[in-house]
Design a protein around this ligand. Structure first.
Ligand SMILES: C[S@@+](CC[C@H](N)C(=O)[O-])C[C@H]1O[C@@H](n2cnc3c(N)ncnc32)[C@H](O)[C@@H]1O
Length: 246
């Protein structure tokens, strides 16, 4: 089985095997939040936009979305979904070129877990520079409960529409990392392939410190795109913050 770069071949089957039908619900949460902002939210930066699943939901709700991602193949899928006029840029965080000024930035489905600690801090600082004063930053991160789940579930397998996948997780609790080897087989996926994905599990204290250092305030941490506070069972925590006004 050939090993390929993260999110190269996976892009072709991402929508089928990786996601659950959550993006409408998540966009509804964001829309509700932003509608209440008297400053208005129109321009949104979708960070690690992937195949554009969230961006499509936001565009449908009237937002002007710019998507950035490090994967050419994921961006190609996003282009197909969002059309020729969509603004999509190849961006490898933590480098964040001047792609515009935004009322809000969002990153869904653990995109920011791909950044190591330094990359995460730099990305928070870069996003603050691209948001207007009072602009919104909303993202989700895998939690300690997810790290424990990966530790105790070293192998996960599934099948969707003729595509089969097996994920082998290797957790390093000291480094707070999870290396997932994703093997994909099946006619829809063409030749079998595997990808290695490393995710970093940032502590709450680190995330809060990075947000504060970058100039974010009004930080809230809730259960996956809801207003429900997190608890020790939360697998995906949603972080909401505002760029300081001055
Ligand atoms: C799990 S996918 C999430 C995609 C999308 N946000 C969603 O909700 O479906 C993670 C995405 O992060 C992107 N990514 C990972 N590391 C990145 C980096 N350093 N800079 C930019 N994008 C990155 C990957 O290419 C991939 O598209």
């Amino acid at each position: 089985m050939s090993e390929v770069a993260p999110y190269s071949r996976l892009a072709g089957v991402y929508d089928e095997i990786v996601v659950d039908p959550c993006f409408g619900r998540w966009a509804g949460f964001l829309d509700h939040l932003w509608q209440a902002d008297p400053g208005g939210v129109a321009a949104v930066l979708d960070v690690c936009c992937g195949t554009g699943l969230l961006a499509a939901e936001l565009v449908a709700r009237g937002y002007r979305v710019t998507g950035v991602d490090a994967s050419v193949a994921m961006l190609a899928r996003a282009r197909r979904r969002l059309g020729p006029d969509a603004v999509l840029e190849l961006v490898v965080l933590p480098d964040l070129p001047a792609v515009g000024r935004f009322d809000a930035a969002v990153s869904t489905f653990d995109g920011l877990n791909y950044l190591d600690q330094r990359g995460f801090w730099m990305t928070m600082a870069g996003l603050a520079e691209r948001l207007r004063p009072g602009g919104w930053l909303v993202f989700d991160l895998h939690t300690d409960a997810m790290l424990q789940l990966a530790l105790h579930t070293p192998t996960v397998a599934g099948e969707q529409d003729g595509t089969s996948y097996v994920i082998h997780n290797v957790v390093d609790l000291g480094e707070r990392t999870c290396d997932a080897r994703i093997q994909v087989t099946g006619t829809d996926a063409g030749e079998p392939f595997s990808e290695r994905h490393r995710q970093y599990f940032h502590t709450d204290a680190e995330v809060r410190a990075a947000l504060a250092a970058a100039g974010f305030e009004q930080v809230a941490v809730t259960e996956e795109y809801t207003r429900v506070p997190v608890d020790e069972n939360t697998l995906r925590a949603t972080w909401t913050a505002r760029r300081r006004l001055t």
